[in-house]
Design a protein around this ligand. Structure first.
Ligand code: PMP
Length: 350
């Protein structure tokens, strides 16, 4: 080994889902939205003055922050935007999780949390989900250096009611509690409703799922002005995390188009409820998902075999080779037509 290799910071990297190329495939593996972004997004990009690309973008993404503050009824000093919620969460780990005590997140959850904790040398503990794959609020009441969990959780899809979220935030007012709401628009009330009562709460959301914009990378956090300023101070120390101009323009238009947003999220929830019925009829069990995906386990046929058979048909779903997940498939909710193709194949195959 060369001497400098000793100094390389090594992490076990996150493994992203496949992004296969081509049109003739059904892509239900990375929880993208099957519908296009709001019409205003296309207009904003087409009308963008390309000459503006000569200059650096607004580092504060002021227009986008303003649109989000108006939409969610909070102050502009309560909104932080980043390059996807991955960026917002990574920045939050760096900014908020520094104590000697371990940060808590569930044992089965978004696998990036562990990567960032290792990368930033933050100690952590991972309380186990209960037998129904739900987070137990009681596990989040001991001493800790901060808390993060997705609500609904991923890849289980299980939603924690707001009173339980509040129980956790209330019991942990000495540390920062981050609720990662990547899928909240397909679920129930958001922890946003608790922000006025708790200045240690940070709520993170994304444009990648309900707003159909995974490709532009926009995420944001809502929280008290103290938390938002702290995030911005860290962000400005890493200038590369500024949102690019096309993303800022497209994101601002997406937020303004409320009607389209309501229409497509309702459509996905509707397709999801029908998918649950079909999965159950085919002999699958699953935690009751409140997201745009379902974590389904077949009572008889191993998940890996189903995964391989679907892939041969160019139907992509997600398989996790991990404890308690290795006999399940995570299937994103596509269009009704895509789901019909999936279920027609499964009817034959199983
Ligand atoms: N949190 C959770 C729970 C997720 O599943 C995802 C999507 N993979 C993200 C955050 C990150 O989403 P994005 O960076 O696209 O905003």
């Amino acid at each position: 080994m060369r001497p400098w290799e000793m100094n390389i910071r090594r992490v076990v990297p996150y493994v992203p889902g496949d992004q296969p190329a081509g049109d003739k495939l059904i892509k239900l593996n990375t929880n993208e939205n099957p519908y296009p972004p709001a019409p205003g997004v296309e207009r904003a990009l087409k009308e963008m003055d390309v000459d503006r690309l000569r200059k650096y973008p607004d580092p504060s993404s002021a227009e986008l922050v303003k649109a989000l503050a108006e939409y969610y009824g909070v102050g502009e000093d309560q909104v932080f935007v980043g390059v996807g919620s991955d960026d917002v969460i990574a920045m939050s780990f760096l900014t908020f999780f520094n104590s000697q005590k371990p940060v808590l997140f569930p044992d089965i959850t978004y696998s990036f949390y562990k990567v960032w904790a290792d990368l930033y040398r933050i100690s952590y503990e991972t309380p186990a989900l209960d037998e129904n794959m739900a987070i137990r609020p009681l596990d989040y009441k001991g001493e800790n250096g901060g808390i993060i969990f997705p609500n609904p959780n991923a890849p289980t899809g299980v939603y924690m009611p707001l009173d339980q979220v509040e129980e956790i935030v209330k019991a942990n007012q000495d540390v920062i509690v981050i609720v990662d709401e990547a899928y909240i628009d397909f679920a129930g009330p958001s922890a946003r409703e608790l922000l006025s009562g708790y200045d240690n709460l940070l709520v993170v959301q994304t444009f990648s799922k309900s707003r159909s914009m995974a490709g532009v990378r926009i995420g944001f956090a809502l929280g008290s002005p103290v938390l938002i300023k702290a995030l911005n101070d860290v962000k400005y120390s890493y200038n590369s995390y500024t949102m690019n101009l096309p993303s800022q323009l497209a994101g601002t238009q997406a937020v303004k188009d409320r009607a389209y947003f309501e229409e497509i999220r309702a459509k996905i929830m509707d397709t999801r409820e029908r998918a649950k019925k079909r999965f159950a009829e085919l002999g699958f069990t699953f935690p009751d998902s409140m997201t745009n995906f379902i974590l389904a386990t077949h009572e008889r046929v191993p998940a890996r075999a189903i995964f391989d058979a679907l892939k041969k048909e160019r139907i992509y779903v997600r398989y996790f080779n991990a404890p308690r997940l290795d006999n399940s498939l995570r299937v994103s909710i596509g269009t009704d037509e895509e789901m019909d193709v999936l279920f027609r194949f499964l009817e034959q195959y199983l």
